[in-house]
Design a protein around this ligand. Structure first.
Ligand SMILES: Nc1nc2c(ncn2[C@@H]2O[C@H](COP(=O)(O)OP(=O)(O)OP(=O)(O)O)[C@@H](O)[C@H]2O)c(=O)[nH]1
Ligand SMILES: [Mg+2]
Length: 239
């Protein structure tokens, strides 16, 4: 089994973290680990993570000094995973929108030949549950916008992924400055530009039951201007 590290970014996930870590423990392949990346959550999520890491040898914690956005947290987490022996690096949200039981399906897609597997709501067999009309429109709209301007991917903004190590090593992580969802778009776009094989694995996405969404207007605006910006940079050969 290739060594798998699941990167789990958290900001105020006190109600969800312990349950998520234990659920991941139930599905991780032999030798797998979980890396919690906490941005000094005011609700004490970081202390819960430390307690879990002290109890469970397959849990690590990366504490960051403050909230600088999901993209930054992931870049730090990926670097940490790559400094170790990770052969597969996964991303998953801590709010149970992504079902930890789907982790083996993402890993299987990579073992069957993909370099990057995306958990996808918008391919046959995938979907969203209990999301309001606005969130559905926004998410669908972002994926269509990205499909038209950038790349043939059905679900471009999802945060449930499995990268083969070589993808992360070659996409120049340190030059990605995306803070919000566009981070997901940019990493997939760079992987495709690098000639890597990307596949979409259908998932059912459910809205969080506990804790608060960190989605904001700034995150949406960043995606609106950065998608054409990525297209332009690719055209100019700067990506
Ligand atoms: N470390 C860190 N984690 C973050 C940050 N922003 C969000 N997260 C985590 O990233 C994951 C996704 O964030 P959510 O709050 O669910 O936001 P979202 O999924 O974009 O929005 P919803 O779909 O409304 O839930 C969760 O595990 C959050 O705790 C951040 O700035 N730093
Ligand atoms: Mg969420």
């Amino acid at each position: 089994m290739p060594h798998a590290v699941v990167c789990l970014p958290t900001y105020n996930e006190r109600e969800n973290l312990e349950r998520m870590v234990r659920a991941l423990g139930d599905v991780l392949p032999e030798g797998g680990s979980v890396l919690v990346i906490d941005d000094d959550s005011p609700d004490g999520t970081g202390e819960i993570a430390d307690r879990l890491a002290a109890e469970l040898p397959w849990v690590d914690v990366l504490h960051r000094p403050g909230k600088q956005g999901l993209g930054r947290a992931y870049v730090d987490g990926f670097r940490h995973a790559l400094a170790g022996e990770a052969e597969l690096v996964l991303e998953i949200d801590c709010d149970f929108s992504h079902d930890p039981a789907d982790v083996p399906r993402l890993i299987a897609a990579v073992e069957e030949g993909a370099d990057l597997a995306l958990g996808s709501r918008y391919v046959a067999g995938g979907g969203t549950a209990n999301w309001g009309l606005m969130r559905r429109l926004l998410s669908r709209g972002a994926s269509i916008y990205t499909r038209v301007l950038l790349m043939p991917v059905h679900d471009a903004t999802g945060g449930f992924k499995c990268f083969r190590r070589r993808v992360l090593e070659s996409i120049e992580l340190e030059t990605i400055d995306a803070a919000g969802y566009v981070f997901q778009i940019e990493t997939t776009f760079r992987a495709l530009r690098g000639g890597f094989r990307v596949v979409e694995v259908p998932i059912r996405f459910v809205d969080r039951e506990a804790g608060q969404s960190k989605m904001s207007r700034a995150i949406v605006l960043e995606a609106i201007w950065k998608v054409p910006w990525l297209r332009l940079r690719a055209l100019l050969g700067r990506l």
